[in-house]
Design a binder for this molecule. Sequence first.
Ligand SMILES: *[C@@H]1O[C@H](CO)[C@@H](O)[C@H](O)[C@H]1NC(C)=O
Ligand SMILES: *[C@@H]1O[C@H](CO)[C@@H](O)[C@H](O)[C@H]1NC(C)=O
Ligand SMILES: *[C@@H]1O[C@H](CO)[C@@H](O)[C@H](O)[C@H]1NC(C)=O
Ligand SMILES: *[C@@H]1O[C@H](CO)[C@@H](O)[C@H](O)[C@H]1NC(C)=O
Ligand SMILES: *[C@@H]1O[C@H](CO)[C@@H](O)[C@H](O)[C@H]1NC(C)=O
Ligand SMILES: *[C@@H]1O[C@H](CO)[C@@H](O)[C@H](O)[C@H]1NC(C)=O
Ligand SMILES: *[C@@H]1O[C@H](CO)[C@@H](O)[C@H](O)[C@H]1NC(C)=O
Ligand SMILES: *[C@@H]1O[C@H](CO)[C@@H](O)[C@H](O)[C@H]1NC(C)=O
Ligand SMILES: *[C@@H]1O[C@H](CO)[C@@H](O)[C@H](O)[C@H]1NC(C)=O
Ligand SMILES: *[C@@H]1O[C@H](CO)[C@@H](O)[C@H](O)[C@H]1NC(C)=O
Length: 247
Amino acid sequence: MFFITSFILALAATTAVSMPAPKERRDVRMARRSAGGAPIIGNTTAGAQLNASTVPFTSVTGSFAIPTFAVPAGDDPSDLYIASLLVDLGSVFCENGIIAGIEMGVDNGSQFIDAVWTSFPNASTNLFPSVSFAQGDNITVSIAMTNATSSTAVITNESTDETSTVAIETGPICSQAEVAWMIGSQIDDSGDIIPFVDFGTVNITASAETSSGPVDISNATIVTTVQNGTTIASASVEGDIVTIAFV
Ligand SMILES: *[C@@H]1O[C@H](CO)[C@@H](O)[C@H](O)[C@H]1NC(C)=O
Ligand SMILES: *[C@@H]1O[C@H](CO)[C@@H](O)[C@H](O)[C@H]1NC(C)=O
Ligand SMILES: *[C@@H]1O[C@H](CO)[C@@H](O)[C@H](O)[C@H]1NC(C)=O
Ligand SMILES: *[C@@H]1O[C@H](CO)[C@@H](O)[C@H](O)[C@H]1NC(C)=O
Ligand SMILES: *[C@@H]1O[C@H](CO)[C@@H](O)[C@H](O)[C@H]1NC(C)=O
Ligand SMILES: *[C@@H]1O[C@H](CO)[C@@H](O)[C@H](O)[C@H]1NC(C)=O
Ligand SMILES: *[C@@H]1O[C@H](CO)[C@@H](O)[C@H](O)[C@H]1NC(C)=O
Ligand SMILES: *[C@@H]1O[C@H](CO)[C@@H](O)[C@H](O)[C@H]1NC(C)=O
Ligand SMILES: *[C@@H]1O[C@H](CO)[C@@H](O)[C@H](O)[C@H]1NC(C)=O
Ligand SMILES: *[C@@H]1O[C@H](CO)[C@@H](O)[C@H](O)[C@H]1NC(C)=O
């Protein structure tokens, strides 16, 4: 199953910063311990985001086991629930950017997992060709710039070494391009946020590079998902591991 919706808008919305409500203090404390920037509160994403420094990023990579996921306890099992585990290059701060990863969900009781990528400003969701994944698969997803307007996105099943690669043409990706490791929600046709599927906890082994080499990501800014005053997903960074939890 495949949904042409715009989890795009989702990432862009993370730039909204607001003061955390008291019930989010625990997340904020975690964030302060591990992150360099003020935590970001969004309503559609959670994870870790790292701003560009003087040398622009050239690649971003995340490795994780696809988590078991389910309809959140107590919620209507006939509804649609989605969460996308994504790496990002530039989609928040640049006009042109790319996200790639796994979209997982449950629709009226049926589970689906798709490997997807999106470039901006096009914002269409595309499938990686010739791959399918299952819960528990260890995967690596990366986006690497080949030059200013062309990038390669690769998704690999670490268990079998099977790989799918796409070449992505974009407009120039700006030098302020951030990198991020995120869970993101999607927006339905009426503009409502599709609820997260319960994805438990995911540990992402995260890395990013500039032309000067690998970057320390332990200073990434924490993004927390808050909807209607309730924390839906939280995140922390410890070394090169980004942990994202469904709350
Ligand atoms: C999510 O946040 C964005 C940016 O603050 C806002 O425009 C949008 O209305 C919010 N969506 C919902 C469903 O709360
Ligand atoms: C982490 O971020 C803080 C605050 O922005 C900054 O002062 C510090 O130099 C950063 N550390 C690294 C290793 O980037
Ligand atoms: C990241 O960049 C944005 C946009 O320039 C800025 O608002 C934000 O403060 C920066 N965050 C950190 C942690 O430097
Ligand atoms: C949802 O699944 C049930 C049971 O399989 C089926 O009877 C029903 O028609 C499905 N609803 C939709 C909207 O597909
Ligand atoms: C956007 O991407 C879709 C799917 O890859 C493609 O068919 C379409 O031509 C693109 N649109 C533009 C304006 O590039
Ligand atoms: C990935 O590897 C696992 C373990 O070998 C396997 O069960 C699964 O089918 C593989 N997925 C794909 C898409 O090949
Ligand atoms: C960027 O790389 C792509 C893919 O290798 C190539 O087709 C394109 O011509 C290159 N563009 C520039 C400006 O070098
Ligand atoms: C995924 O990696 C873990 C840790 O290396 C390993 O225990 C597990 O068997 C792997 N899963 C698959 C499906 O290969
Ligand atoms: C994530 O890492 C933590 C710390 O190493 C570990 O306790 C936890 O079991 C891991 N969770 C998953 C889902 O792998
Ligand atoms: C948030 O509140 C609005 C308005 O009360 C409601 O329509 C929406 O379903 C709520 N969203 C969530 C995720 O609780």
